[in-house]
Ligand binder design. Structure first.
Ligand code: ZN
Length: 324
């Protein structure tokens, strides 16, 4: 079969050679994307060290829209398409009634490369577990580079107006939390966790022992946006820093890191509801400055927690609309 030469001039090369050079090119792009992620984390960490938290907070607000993506991919989408609301692959856009515009610029993100793990025991369904061996890149496109059917609305409730609205939202979301949530008028002073006295609760705005979340009415009432942030903060603690039976997990970070993580998750979750808690969070997050690795570890844990919380909220909404 005769074939016109491709612009790369590879048409006449033997198939395996072409295959290999395509693979090498793909590997080079993947390596470049991974490099870009670590450069970005280094950069954010250096900025924090200089006392500049605005960029990290902008990224965290952005990440609220992409909670189902890994931290790596959130960073890659942010650096390539900071104005995007959604991204999806070419075929997925088509399936949802939109097509990618001519000349659209692909946003490159990473997909895990897995193989069957011969060392792992088969699952109860008889499947051989997979293990991660690396990454490959995939191309997605931003919403503004597509046209067709109207875009879906963001899957989250907007906060109803006024103080009452925030309180109503907290009460509503409480049913999605895996532990009971209650309001308490008198601050709790004698909480015992794992047999030890726990914290100074007279001044706490909220607290959790992993088995319940308590919001301090005196501290939270009258400041509903603040109350929502406290609610998400305690929810994040319950997800991240306790096991299902209220014990502490083995990989428990230091108290300072726990507070950063809970606050970071609350910040992103508030952003998902259109509440900007920058003023309360800005000074706090500079503590990550100069520690790119610690920043990455915590951002990964925050992204996972935000994703878990949003999945629980979505499951609650789906169950509710099914019942209607
Ligand atoms: Zn806390």
């Amino acid at each position: 079969m005769s074939q016109a030469a491709t612009p790369e001039g590879q048409a006449d090369a033997p198939r395996t050679e072409r295959h290999l050079s395509a693979r090498a090119a793909s590997q080079a792009i993947t390596a470049e994307l991974l490099e870009r992620v670590s450069t970005q984390l280094e950069h954010l960490s250096t900025r924090l060290q200089q006392g500049e938290s605005a960029e990290l907070l902008a990224f965290m607000r952005f990440s609220a829209r992409f909670h189902s993506y890994s931290l790596n991919n959130q960073l890659l989408i942010w650096t390539q398409a900071p104005a995007s609301q959604y991204v999806a692959g070419f075929r997925n856009w088509l399936a949802s009634g939109r097509s990618v515009k001519k000349g659209a610029k692909a946003v490159r993100i990473l997909a895990p490369l897995t193989v069957k793990d011969p060392d792992a025991a088969r699952t109860t369904e008889g499947k051989q577990p997979q293990k991660l061996v690396g990454f490959r890149y995939v191309s997605v496109f931003a919403d503004y580079d597509t046209e067709g059917e109207p875009l879906p609305t963001q899957g989250f409730m907007t906060v109803p107006g006024g103080d009452e609205g925030h309180r109503a939202l907290i009460d509503d979301l409480s049913s999605a939390v895996p532990v009971p949530v209650r309001w308490e008028d008198a601050p709790h002073t004698a909480l015992v966790v794992n047999g030890r006295p726990w914290g100074r609760h007279s001044s706490a705005h909220g607290w959790t022992d992993g088995q319940q979340i308590v919001l301090n009415t005196a501290r939270c009432a009258g400041q509903p946006a603040h109350a929502l942030r406290v609610f998400f903060h305690e929810w994040a603690h319950a997800e991240l820093h306790f096991t299902d039976n209220g014990q502490r997990p083995e990989d428990l970070p230091s108290r300072a890191v726990r507070e950063l993580e809970a606050d970071g998750a609350a910040y992103v979750l508030c952003a998902a509801y259109g509440i900007d808690a920058t003023a309360q969070t800005a000074d706090y997050v500079t503590a990550w400055g100069g520690h790119a690795e610690a920043l990455q570890t915590s951002l990964k844990r925050i992204a996972k927690t935000v994703s878990r919380v949003q999945e629980r909220i979505q499951a609650q909404q789906t169950a509710r609309s099914a019942a209607d």
